[in-house]
Design a protein around this ligand. Structure first.
Ligand code: ZN
Length: 305
C-alpha cells in the first residue's frame, strides 16, 4: 500500500513539475505574417435577383425566397447544425408578410435541415414525393417532414406570383425539383447544375445516365437565370443556360472517355490516370473531384450501375 501510495505521490509530483515546466516555456514565436488574404465574405447575405425574388446565402449554401403581397414562398432552410434565425431575419428585413411556404429543392439534409422555426411561424412544407419518403425513412432530427408532396408538377400561385414545381426525373437525387418562375424566367434547382464545376465527389446519390437526360430537359425549358444551391467561382450567385449546356457537355465528354477506358479493359486507376478533360480544367474543383466522377461513370460502363 505504502509503495503504491508513494508511487502515486511521485507520479503527481512529476506531473506537476512537467506542468510547471510547460508553463515556464517562453511563448512560441508568432509565425511570420501570412500574405494578406482577401477578407472572408460575411456569413450571410441577401441578394435581389428580380423585383420579388431574392437569394439568401448562408456561408456556402443558397436558397431562393419570393416575396408577394400575400406572403413569402421560401425554399430550403439550409440550417443544418446552425440557427435558422438569420434566414428568417433576412426575409423579415424585406417584408413583414407571413412566410406561407417552405419548399425543399431535394431531400439532402444540408439543404433541408433546420426548418422548425419556419414551421412555428405557420409555413406549409412542400417537397417531391420521394423526398418525403426518404425523410420519413431516415428520420433526421432536424428536418421537418413535408406537409404536401409534388409528383410531376404542382403550381403555387400566391399574391400574383406563379411558381411551378417541376419534377423532371432523377438526376443528383431522386427527389430534385426544378422551381420555375415563368414570368421572371428564373429557375432554382440545387446541386446538379453548378456554375462552372464538375460534380461533387463520387456523385453519391446521382443517377447515371439519367442526369444527362435531366440536363437536356432543363435546357429545353423556358428560363434565363439559374439560381443554384451553392455559389460558383468568385462567389457568383446566378448562372445561365450556358452553365447547363456546359454541364451536359462535361458529363457527355466524361462518359465517352470512361466508356473507352472500360472497353479497353482498363482499371479504375488506369482510367483516372489516362483521362484528362482540358476543356474543363479551369473549373475550381476539377483536380479534386474529377477522379471520383470518373469512378462513378466507370461503375456505370463496367457494371451498369
Ligand atoms: Zn444534394
Amino acid at each position: 500500500m505504502m509503495r503504491l501510495h508513494y508511487a502515486g505521490v511521485a507520479a503527481a509530483l512529476i506531473a506537476s513539475a512537467l506542468v510547471a515546466q510547460a508553463q515556464q516555456q517562453p511563448p512560441a514565436q508568432a509565425p511570420a505574417a501570412a500574405p494578406a488574404a482577401a477578407p472572408a465574405p460575411p456569413p450571410t447575405a441577401t441578394t435581389k435577383v428580380a423585383d420579388n425574388v431574392y437569394i439568401f446565402r448562408y456561408v456556402g449554401h443558397q436558397a431562393m425566397f419570393i416575396v408577394t403581397p400575400a406572403g413569402v414562398i421560401a425554399t430550403d432552410p439550409i440550417s443544418l447544425r446552425r440557427p435558422a434565425k438569420p434566414y428568417i431575419d433576412a426575409i423579415q428585413a424585406v417584408t413583414k408578410a407571413p412566410i406561407k411556404y417552405v419548399i425543399y429543392s431535394h431531400s439532402h439534409f444540408d439543404h433541408s435541415a433546420g426548418g422548425q422555426p419556419f414551421k412555428d411561424l405557420g409555413a406549409t412544407f412542400v417537397a417531391q414525393r420521394n423526398a418525403k419518403a426518404r425523410i420519413q425513412a431516415l428520420k433526421p432530427a432536424d428536418v421537418v417532414v413535408p406537409d404536401q408532396v409534388v409528383d410531376d408538377k404542382k403550381v403555387i400561385t400566391l399574391g400574383g406570383t406563379t411558381l411551378e414545381l417541376l419534377y423532371i426525373g432523377k438526376n443528383h437525387s431522386d427527389s430534385t425539383l426544378v422551381m420555375r418562375l415563368p414570368k421572371e424566367k428564373i429557375i432554382f434547382t440545387v446541386d446538379w447544375i453548378p456554375i462552372q464545376g464538375v460534380q461533387f465527389r463520387e456523385m453519391a446519390d446521382t443517377y447515371v445516365p439519367d442526369i444527362e437526360d435531366g440536363l437536356k430537359k432543363v435546357i429545353a425549358l423556358d428560363w434565363e437565370t439559374l439560381i443554384p444551391g451553392h455559389p460558383g467561382p468568385g462567389g457568383k450567385q446566378t448562372g445561365t443556360k450556358d452553365n447547363a449546356r456546359d454541364q451536359l457537355a462535361y458529363l457527355q465528354d466524361l462518359s465517352a472517355a470512361v466508356k473507352q477506358e472500360v472497353s479497353q479493359g482498363k482499371s479504375y486507376d488506369d482510367a483516372v490516370k489516362d483521362i484528362s478533360l482540358p476543356k474543363y480544367s479551369a473549373w475550381p474543383n476539377y483536380k479534386s473531384f474529377l477522379p471520383m466522377n470518373i469512378e462513378r461513370y466507370y461503375d456505370f460502363w463496367n457494371r451498369g450501375i
